[in-house]
Design a protein around this ligand. Structure first.
Ligand SMILES: C[S@@+](CC[C@H](N)C(=O)[O-])C[C@H]1O[C@@H](n2cnc3c(N)ncnc32)[C@H](O)[C@@H]1O
Length: 279
């Protein structure tokens, strides 16, 4: 079981869990195919909650309509990194923005095509990685990720630098991730998920290794809140928002390790908003 809602084997491939260093190439090599394998189950399980043209920032159900972290997207060029099936970008398009998607997983992008047809709101998307965005400098007014890409990337400096590169001066960056404090706890929606069992400061990645082949099958990386602030500042971003959505009354949905039991006591999602000015 991964610490977030990563693709813990829904498919029949036994894996063992390790903690060890994994570089960018190995992370990408593992996570692309893994999200391909997981995509059908991910969309079947979470698609109705996300909404075909909905914008949800995380398992608590906070929407961009409620959060307003991106600002007015109307008339703007907006890139979603780790776009999955492009639900959020479709919301952007329905709000007058020119939404585009990038995702590592071909199967996730195929689900995007399915939703393009179903909704009549197509989201132009490319298969690519967050650390090498296939766009010219100064292409977008807004870049965002809703639990997309960032915690699967080893070279996060490169991903943030790529975001700065493709943003226009005065651009907006927003992203949600698993709240870094969750790293301390087992990824369990029940009682075991309430007892801290490992160090918050231990950045050693969570790795699933396939038993049969010894290949890395899935990787997740961790940074502390302080790491995130430093990374953003180093690229010239000015942090304006750090939202920690509370678990709403009456919300009973369990998503991986997220549940009402845990959500009432500890934050499960961190949502950052930042402005970018070239130096
Ligand atoms: C938890 S899903 C979120 C997808 C979408 N934002 C949503 O809310 O459904 C994470 C997505 O990140 C993508 N991803 C993982 N590593 C990536 C990378 N290095 N570059 C781009 N996308 C990546 C996965 O393929 C997956 O679609």
């Amino acid at each position: 079981m991964s610490p977030t809602d990563g693709p813990s084997p829904p498919y029949d491939r036994p894996v063992r869990v390790e903690r060890r260093a994994v570089d960018e190439a190995e992370s990408r090599h593992a996570n692309g195919p893994d999200w391909d394998r997981y995509a059908d189950e991910y969309q079947a399980t979470h698609g109705p909650f996300l909404g075909d043209a909905g914008f949800v920032w995380g398992p608590e159900g906070l929407t961009e309509d409620q959060a307003g972290v991106l600002g007015d997207v109307s008339g703007k060029d907006v890139l979603e990194v780790g776009s999955g099936a492009g639900q959020c970008s479709r919301w952007v398009r329905e709000h007058g923005g020119r939404g585009f998607g990038v995702d590592l997983s071909f199967r996730q992008l195929q689900h995007g095509r399915r939703l393009d047809d179903a909704t009549g709101v197509p989201v132009p998307s490319a298969q690519a990685t967050a650390t090498a965005l296939p766009f010219r400098d100064d292409s977008f007014d807004v870049v965002f990720s809703s639990f997309g890409a960032l915690q699967f990337v080893s070279d996060l400096e490169a991903a943030v630098a790529e975001t700065a590169r493709v943003l226009r001066p005065g651009g907006r960056y927003a992203f949600s991730i698993t709240h870094p404090t969750r790293w301390m706890f087992p990824d369990d929606p029940g009682q075991p998920g309430l007892t801290a069992s490992q160090s918050y400061w231990d950045r050693t990645p969570y790795v699933e290794v396939e038993d049969r082949t010894g290949e890395v099958a899935y990787v997740e990386h961790h940074r502390t809140l302080g790491d995130w602030v430093s990374l953003l500042a180093a690229e010239g971003f000015r942090l304006t928002d750090l939202l920690e959505p509370e678990w709403p009354e009456g919300h009973e949905r369990v998503w991986g390790g997220w549940s009402r039991l845990r959500g009432r006591l500890t934050p499960g999602t961190a949502l950052f908003g930042a402005d970018w000015e070239p130096r």
